[in-house]
Ligand binder design. Structure first.
Ligand SMILES: Cc1cc2nc3c(=O)[nH]c(=O)nc-3n(C[C@H](O)[C@H](O)[C@H](O)COP(=O)(O)OP(=O)(O)OC[C@H]3O[C@@H](n4cnc5c(N)ncnc54)[C@H](O)[C@@H]3O)c2cc1C
Length: 338
């Protein structure tokens, strides 16, 4: 899987472009390794221009293996260790997959396609998530999965970059060509000028607030038409997500809103009384094969195509990039060298 090559190691400054989840992890690991890192971000601290701002933040390599390639699980499993190491307060209390009785076949299919879970009967389910008592006959519990709240974790990562000696320049829109030294391009979909095969896959979400339901972990509802997850946030907030649409417009369609809200109601009728706090959408940066890529061209490295797994895999991609720069190590599954 690995081979060695001549990499651009040395003491030259490292510029990372884009402070979303990909760039934040790159800047952090390079700064911790003693490099002189500057992270440029065109957005302000609120990071609303980043897809990462709109994400669910699930760290779910086992659930995702239902649809994702094995490389995502490999990177994801390594990344879980890095999340634990850098942000030890990251909740790793698992995730839950449930289905109504009429979706039993799809539920069994999901169970067959994934590992890392154990089956819960109705009683065990209710012990784990009391709010779901009486709602489902069984569930799958993925005990080792975690989740982060993107809008809280990005600032934490940014703080850690500064604590490690790095610099962050917000409101700083730069082009890779105008920077000296090693440039790590993590511009997400904005990197299409260099990587025209990138496309955006739209994901819509709704944020709701209620104190009538309490969940400790993300809950995925299996459904043939509108699979949904509900992710608990602080302050009685829940994120309902997410659609996956081959389109690059913004906003939330009436159809998606109906489906997301309908599915939430199917998880728990008390969600019907929740207050809608926000509708939002983001474009997941994806290559045609939906796999991530670290593209190396001398002193320019582009890390992109994180698609629906940015939070899950960004730490592992940063570790691979650092291993390349410091030791010339190449991961043939993820890296492309010009
Ligand atoms: C609704 C939704 C739910 C999701 N849920 C999950 C989930 O549960 N788990 C998971 O792992 N992933 C999830 N994802 C996927 C994840 O959000 C993406 O994979 C990830 O955000 C991509 O990160 P990125 O850093 O590559 O891109 P971005 O987050 O878009 O970051 C790129 C940054 O570059 C900046 N930039 C662009 N051009 C310039 C420039 N010229 N100069 C300076 N800065 C620039 C942008 O402003 C932006 O901040 C979800 C996505 C969506 C839309």
């Amino acid at each position: 899987m690995y081979q060695s090559s001549k990499a651009p190691r040395g003491d030259s400054p490292v510029s990372v472009i884009g402070a979303g989840i990909a760039g934040a992890w790159q800047a952090l690991l390079f700064a911790q390794a003693g490099h002189d890192v500057t992270l440029h971000e065109r957005s302000d601290e609120a990071m609303t221009l980043a897809t990462s701002h709109w994400a669910g933040g699930m760290l779910a390599p086992w659930c995702e293996s239902e649809v994702a390639e094995p490389i995502i699980s490999r990177l994801g499993l390594r990344a879980l260790d890095l999340w634990r190491r850098e942000l030890p307060d990251t909740p790793f209390n698992g995730s839950l997959v449930v289905a109504h009785a009429r979706e039993r076949n799809d539920f069994e299919r999901f169970a067959k396609l994934t590992t890392g879970h154990r089956r819960l009967d109705a009683q065990a389910l209710a012990e784990l998530e009391p709010s779901l008592e009486g709602r489902f006959r069984e569930g799958l519990f993925f005990a080792d999965e975690g989740h982060v709240e993107p809008r809280r974790v990005l600032p934490k990562l940014h703080e850690k970059i500064i604590a490690a000696g790095g610099t962050i320049q917000f409101n700083s829109e730069v082009a890779p060509d105008e920077l000296a030294g090693l440039v790590i391009d993590c511009r997400g979909l904005a990197a299409r000028d260099d990587q025209p095969e990138l496309r955006g896959v739209k994901g819509e979400l709704i944020l709701i607030e209620t104190d009538e339901v309490s969940l400790a972990r993300p809950v995925r509802l299996i459904h043939p038409r509108w699979p949904l997850y509900v992710i608990p946030r602080e302050d009685n907030l829940f994120m309902l997500g997410a659609t996956s649409i081959e389109a690059e417009d913004t906003g939330v369609s009436v159809r998606s809103a109906l489906e997301l809200l309908g599915a939430a109601y199917a998880v728990h009728p008390a969600f019907a009384e929740a207050r809608i706090v926000e509708f939002g959408s983001g474009l997941r940066p994806a290559f045609p094969d939906n796999l991530p890529r670290i593209a190396v061209d001398k002193t320019r490295i582009a890390v992109n195509g994180l698609y629906r797994h940015g939070f899950l895999i960004a730490p592992a991609l940063a570790e691979l990039t650092l291993a390349y720069v410091e030791r010339g190590q190449i991961d043939n599954e993820v890296m492309q060298c010009a």
